[in-house]
Design a protein around this ligand. Structure first.
Ligand SMILES: Cc1cc2nc3c(=O)[nH]c(=O)nc-3n(C[C@H](O)[C@H](O)[C@H](O)COP(=O)(O)OP(=O)(O)OC[C@H]3O[C@@H](n4cnc5c(N)ncnc54)[C@H](O)[C@@H]3O)c2cc1C
Length: 528
């Protein structure tokens, strides 16, 4: 069956896009897939909110633009920043009309503040903004008869000219693991949209769910689609190390916005010496300083002290964090929270234009897997949900129009080959896969994390090449498994991040190579 549109991913970007297309064009055939349950992705975990200028008395579009550009450290595309921020209100209003609820103060939306913002402009729903949005969009999506939702369907590769005799220079759909049918199926489509999210799983500690393995980025790389800014990986400064589940749990910046302060093991409020915005400085500055404090104090974490936040505020504004902390024996607000930085967000990705089109015809990329130019070298807090809303809207309008252009006919798609690998195996018994994934994460955490060195990048590249050889061998000799497919993508992205990092000649935003910072070396020499 030939689809008009194939959407890969059911987070805020994929769902918003599909809904908008279905609303405009009820006759178009749309298939949307998610690799697991449709609600699992980064969107669902977003806590802080969406940055939108609502209070024109104190705030302005210009101030939000400036804050975004300052955070992006000279790497933002100012044209993109301008239109995203100007279109923010219209997109937020649509979301509200679709049923999304946000916290209010009397009749008006309650606005929070987060790091890097000069005014209160974060629209939120408790500490569950993402879940609120995910639930509303998921419900709405299911109301459209022309949308075919396939959960447990995992993108393996895009179908491109590589698979076709006639070279039309387009994307024709995707090869997808159907977990139900236990085979790799071909889904053909006139337009394909990647909205597959980020790749936090590259690192040992990440705020992302384990499914964030950059599958869209890996598939785009194999299809030779241009990608940029991949080395700008944002680490969130404050994640609670969850010792019970051996992972980390995000403590939103809004906690610092509400009065939370950071203390080192000597109980010193160290951010005061670093930046006049103290705990609310942009994330890269706070994350780097926490990392430094941890090293200097020879501790595993620093403290986030929220004792000035009333217990009622904890319970009403941060119910998920409150419950999680209590379950770990941290009695809020009295007890401080032990926090560490964790891999959080990919500022770069598939290079797209202002309509979210990639450089491969027929392929769009929206949301965290894309690189629009909004974030530059560092995403300003709560600008990513906004980016997803604005670009889904633009891509929906543009892609529907583009379907009016002459396109390959149905016969062309029919003769595209079926998946020609060894096939798919449900059993994930390839023990090597888990081992290699852990090795890769260790390597990226050690050498390609918050602090990098040229020497470390070289070591990391060498290790990634070794892992790549083993993964290619497994891929060529064994049936493809779900885990192997994820690992193949993680290795490709690691390689790309390292190569792009090696080309950056100056520290910018979240990107930091110690060799470029003479001051750091001085402190290092003093302390050793
Ligand atoms: C803990 C946390 C808190 C955050 N808080 C905020 C915040 O307060 N404000 C803000 O603006 N941003 C926040 N972010 C960032 C923001 O949530 C994400 O950037 C955004 O939700 C990404 O949306 P998306 O639609 O691009 O991807 P996602 O929501 O990650 O969705 C990805 C989708 O792709 C699917 N997928 C992936 N691979 C495949 C495959 N191979 N085959 C098929 N489907 C696939 C997944 O199943 C999923 O449906 C936060 C992120 C995290 C992790």
């Amino acid at each position: 069956m030939l689809n008009d549109l194939l959407v890969i991913g059911t987070g805020i970007s994929g769902l918003t896009f599909a809904i908008k297309v279905a609303e405009q064009s009820p006759k178009l055939k749309i298939t949307i897939i998610s690799k697991g349950d449709m609600s699992e992705g980064n969107t669902r975990y977003a806590q802080g909110g969406i940055a939108v200028v609502r209070n024109l008395k104190d705030d302005s579009i210009e101030k939000h633009i400036q804050d975004t550009i300052i955070a992006g450290d000279g790497e933002c595309d100012s044209h993109v920043v301008k239109f995203v921020i100007e279109e923010a209100n219209a997109r937020l209003n649509e979301l509200i009309n679709w049923g999304a609820e946000f916290d209010k103060n009397k009749e008006k939306l309650d606005l929070g503040i987060e790091g890097g913002h000069s005014e209160k402009r974060i629209v939120h729903y408790k500490d569950q903004t993402g879940k609120q949005i995910q639930d509303v969009l998921s419900k709405k999506l299911k109301s459209f008869p022309n949308i075919n939702l396939l959960e447990n369907h995992t993108l393996v590769d895009l179908i491109t000219d590589h698979h076709s005799i006639e070279k039309k220079g387009r994307c024709y759909g995707a090869y997808v693991i159907s977990q139900e049918r236990e085979e790799i199926i071909k889904i053909c489509s006139k337009i394909t949209v990647l909205s597959t999210g980020g790749a936090g799983s590259l690192y040992a500690y990440s705020t992302n769910p384990s499914t964030a393995t950059g599958d869209g980025l890996g598939a785009a790389y194999r299809a030779k689609v241009r990608m940029d800014r991949l080395a700008y990986v944002q680490f969130h400064p404050t994640a609670l190390r969850d010792r019970v589940n051996n992972n980390v749990f995000l403590i939103t910046e809004a906690v610092r916005g509400a009065g939370g302060i950071l203390l080192n093991s000597k109980k010193e409020r160290f951010m005061l010496k670093i930046d006049k915005r103290a705990e609310l400085a942009p994330r890269d500055i706070v994350a780097r300083e926490i990392h430094k404090q941890i090293k200097e104090q020879k501790e595993d974490f620093v403290w986030l002290d929220g004792s000035e936040i009333a217990v009622d505020v904890w319970k009403s504004n941060f119910p998920t964090i409150y419950k999680t902390c209590i379950s770990q024996g941290i009695l809020l607000p009295k007890d401080p929270i032990p926090v560490v930085p964790a891999a959080h967000y990919f500022c770069g990705g598939i290079r797209v234009n202002e309509n979210s089109e990639s450089e491969l015809k027929g392929l769009y990329a929206i949301g965290e897997c894309s690189s629009t130019g909004l974030h530059g070298a560092n995403r300003l807090a709560s600008n990513s949900l906004l980016e997803a809303l604005v670009f889904s809207h633009r891509a929906a309008i543009h892609s529907v129009k583009s379907l009016l252009n002459p396109l390959p006919n149905e016969e062309f798609y029919k003769v595209l080959p079926a998946w020609n690998g060894e096939g798919y195996s449900k059993s994930d018994t390839l023990r090597n896969v888990e081992k290699l994934r852990k090795e890769l994460q260790k390597n990226m955490t050690q050498h390609v994390g918050i602090f990098k060195t040229h020497e470390g990048l070289k070591l990391a590249e060498h290790k990634v090449n070794k892992i790549y050889i083993q993964v290619s061998k497994l891929y060529n000799e064994k049936k493809l498994t779900y885990g192997l497919s994820e690992l193949r993508n993680l290795v490709s992205i690691s390689y790309l991040i390292i190569k792009q990092a090696q080309q950056i000649k100056k520290n910018k935003g979240v990107f930091y190579i110690q060799d470029y910072d003479k001051k750091f070396y001085k402190t290092l020499q003093k302390s050793t």
